[in-house]
Structure formats: C-alpha cells, structure tokens
Design a binder for this molecule. Structure first.
Ligand code: ATP
Ligand code: MG
Length: 250
C-alpha cells in the first residue's frame, strides 16, 4: 500500500543536467503516466527508481522508506517489488512463451514445476494469451510480444509495474489493445501501482489516472486527463496539440 515520492531529484551526465530538482508523487493503486519530449529524462527517471542509476541528489521514498542511498544488496530487495515492461518487450528468442514467463520464477524462487505452471497460466490468462503458451516469440505479433512482456513482469506479483513507452512502434489498433491491457492489468491486480512512460497523448488521456509532464528536468504540470484537456498551460497545450510554435523548442 505504498506511494512513491520523488523529492528534488537531480541527475547530470557531465555538464548535461537532465533532472533539475524533480518532484513527483506516484499514488498507490493508480496509473500514473509521465509524458514529455524525447530526451527529457523519462527513462533516466525509471532507471533511478529501479536503482540502475543513482541520483546526484534528492530522494526516492517508497512508503516510509527512503531508498535513495541504500547499499546495492539492500536495493536488490527493493528491486524485487518492481516489474518492468521494456520498450521492445525484450523476450528471449530461444525460449517459448511459457519459458519466458516462467523465467523470473526460475531465477528467483525454488518453486516446483507444477507451481510454476499454475502461476504462468494465471499470468498469461491476465493478458489473454493462454493459447500462445507453447509458441516461440518469432511466431507472435508485436502486440502479443508486449502482452508476454506484461505477463512476465507480473509473474512475481510486483507492487509497482513500470512500462517504458509500451506502445511505440505498434499500429493504432494494437496500441489501443495494449492500452486496454495496461488498464485491465491495473484494475484486476489488487495492490498494484502502475507507472507508464508515454509519448502518445491519446493513449495517455485514455488510460491515466494521473498525468505528469516533464519539461526541462522538472515536473511542470500534474493532473487528471480532464485537467490536461482543459489547461491553458502553454507547454502542455503545445505538447498535447503537437504544435511547432510555443515554449518547447525543436
Ligand atoms: N547513462 C547515460 N550517460 C550519459 N547520458 C545519458 C545516460 N542516460 C541518459 N543520458 C542522457 O540523458 C538524457 C535523457 O535521456 P532519457 O533516455 O531519459 O530520455 P527520454 O526522455 O527517455 O527520451 P525518449 O523519449 O527518447 O526515450 C539524454 O540526453 C541522454 O542522452
Ligand atoms: Mg526513454
């Protein structure tokens, strides 16, 4: 039942200041979508949550625990609370759907095959893919691969499910399908909190409970989809409408 709080996060690479004092609350049990232009630090933010990158300053707080400066061994436990759906699904080509989804259980638990099978079936059922259990990744469409990626991310019942641009490269119908999957997964997984990185405004407005816009290293706008639709914040308007003229320079 934990919220995530990011407080004053800063991260620079050499002279390039990517995050410049970013504040954001990611509420428990909801879908938060982070939008913003390419290169604004959305993936850097996700990597810091997963402990793959450490912030220069600021804090990441989960529930009551400040995880920002945990030693690596402790951080491993935190990482176990997260599931990640990668941009390109990142399935193992040489493994069947079954083995792909079972992989995290085989890596991190000592469950017997019978128990693994039950969990894999349940996870595949959540994404509507039980029929594809014996297929190889090359036999799947892009959208099906994404669904396998979600099933694999869900298999260890994470508290936080992170999606990095889940629909990039999919056709509009497949995009709608994956959006619905994100919503369905959230609505049918008690105790789950989802964080989605997206470029896609339409999808964002359709699935988000909360939207945060990243600009020049900070969150410059937060609100519901209705707040985004009705705001006259110039940066948000330009982004939503996809205009060339405005405060965002190309
Ligand atoms: N490990 C790194 N070393 C140096 N620079 C980095 C590193 N990771 C990210 N950057 C830089 O930080 C900036 C933000 O990168 P990031 O990948 O977070 O962008 P993004 O918002 O996810 O963009 P996109 O929407 O294109 O995925 C970029 O300029 C990138 O080059
Ligand atoms: Mg990115």
């Amino acid at each position: 039942m934990s919220d995530i709080k990011l407080v004053g996060l800063r991260k620079a690479f050499g002279k390039q200041e990517v995050l410049r004092g970013l504040d954001l609350e990611i509420p428990f049990g909801k879908i938060t979508v982070i939008i913003g232009r390419s290169g604004t630090g959305k993936s850097v933010l996700l990597k810091q949550l997963m402990g793959l990158l450490r912030p220069d300053s600021g804090s990441i707080i989960i529930g009551d625990t400040d995880i920002t400066r945990l030693p690596e061994r402790e951080f491993q436990k935190v990482r176990n609370r997260f599931g990640m759906v990668f941009q390109n699904a990142a399935l193992f080509d040489s493994m069947t759907v079954y083995d792909n989804v079972a992989f995290p259980l085989r890596e991190h638990t000592r469950l017997r095959e019978k128990e693994i099978r039950e969990l894999v079936l349940a996870s595949l059922a959540t994404v509507g893919l039980t029929d594809a259990i014996d297929k190889d990744p090359h036999q799947l469409s892009g959208g099906m691969k994404k669904r396998v990626g979600v099933a694999r991310a869900l298999i260890r019942k994470p508290e936080f499910l992170l999606y990095d641009e889940p629909t990039t490269g999919l056709d509009p119908i497949m995009t709608a399908h994956v959006d619905e999957l994100i919503r369905h997964t959230q609505d049918t997984s008690p105790g789950l909190t989802s964080l989605v990185i997206s470029h896609d405004m339409e999808a964002t407005l359709r699935i988000a409970d909360k939207i945060a816009m990243l600009f020049e290293g900070r969150v410059i706008f937060e609100g519901t989809p209705d707040d985004v639709r009705s705001t006259d914040h110039p940066v948000v308007r330009q982004f939503v409408e996809g205009r060339l003229e405005g405060p965002i320079k190309v």
